[in-house]
Ligand binder design. Structure first.
Ligand SMILES: [Zn+2]
Length: 272
């Protein structure tokens, strides 16, 4: 296995730099918690059940494709990197969690006392949220300087059954392009071609999950940045109950399809 150099110079994220027109973002994989924040979590929140577990392992092939990878270090309970900086709802009228969540996905309180507010949220935004987004903007600009088109792939996963957010079981693969605003249609068609050719995994495009702030903000097809979010049901690669172990067999079965999708995205960016 090739070792890729991880840049850990900013505590908010780890970064692997590649030269291909593909940037993979993982905003919810962090499990880091500053000590003063960890001390305030309820026991339920302290399990970090809402983490997008194991995505760097599931996507272990992307650096070898030449992709640049930006990986969050801190838990989404510190601040949610895929929410707008003003804390406005991603899905008005529907249940969602905020910039600093007050409740877990299962509706339990995150904080022993009053949830963070005001200046504390502002301070967390400057300390953790801004550096992550500046890293995305900086890497996209670096890649755009040498490639006419760049794909931004925002990688997520979530428990497959969460009655607070959706009925029944989530499809395995939930692709989001902000209802088509975040990328050219030909890009998502390229990504979906291996998905359409298989029947092992259920999927949907712009269903319950259409892409969060990262997809909507950084996806600017007219500027050559084409964004897509993939929200995966965690059951297809891991055990969804604590301690949230990776399932090696299931992740090995999933990886070739992901690799095909990312490969198609990259081919699309290079050749059109
Ligand atoms: Zn996520």
């Amino acid at each position: 296995m090739i070792a890729f150099e991880r840049d850990t110079s900013d505590p908010a994220f780890e970064r692997i730099r590649g030269d291909a027109p593909l940037l993979v973002s993982m905003p919810h994989v962090g499990t880091g918690l500053p000590a003063d924040i960890a001390a305030r979590l309820t026991p339920q929140a302290a399990t970090l059940a809402d983490t997008d577990w194991h995505l760097p392992l599931v996507y272990d092939f992307v650096a070898a494709l030449g992709a640049t990878v930006v990986i969050a270090t801190q838990s989404r309970y510190v601040i949610d990197l895929n929410r707008p900086p003003d804390g406005s709802s991603l899905y008005p009228g529907m249940a969602t969690t905020g910039l600093v969540p007050a409740e877990t996905f299962r509706g339990e309180p995150v904080w022993r006392d009053a949830p963070p507010a005001g200046e504390e949220i502002t301070a967390r935004r400057e300390r953790w949220w801004r550096p992550y987004h500046e890293a995305l903007s900086g890497e996209l600009a670096r890649l755009r300087a040498v490639h006419p088109r760049v794909v931004l792939w925002d990688a997520h996963s979530i428990a497959s059954v969460l009655p607070r957010f959706f009925e029944g079981r989530l499809p395995d693969l939930n692709f989001g392009t902000a209802d088509g605003a975040a990328c050219e249609a030909s890009m998502i068609e390229a990504v979906l071609s291996p998905v359409r050719a298989q029947s092992d995994y259920s999927w949907v495009l712009n269903g319950r999950y259409k892409g969060g702030h990262i997809t909507r903000h950084h996806g600017r097809p007219r500027d050559g940045v084409h964004a897509i979010q993939l929200e995966m049901a965690q059951a297809i690669y891991m055990d969804e109950s604590s301690p949230f172990a990776l399932d090696e067999a299931r992740s090995a079965r999933l990886r070739p399809l992901l690799r095909a999708c990312l490969g198609r995205a990259l081919d699309w960016a290079v050749t059109g």
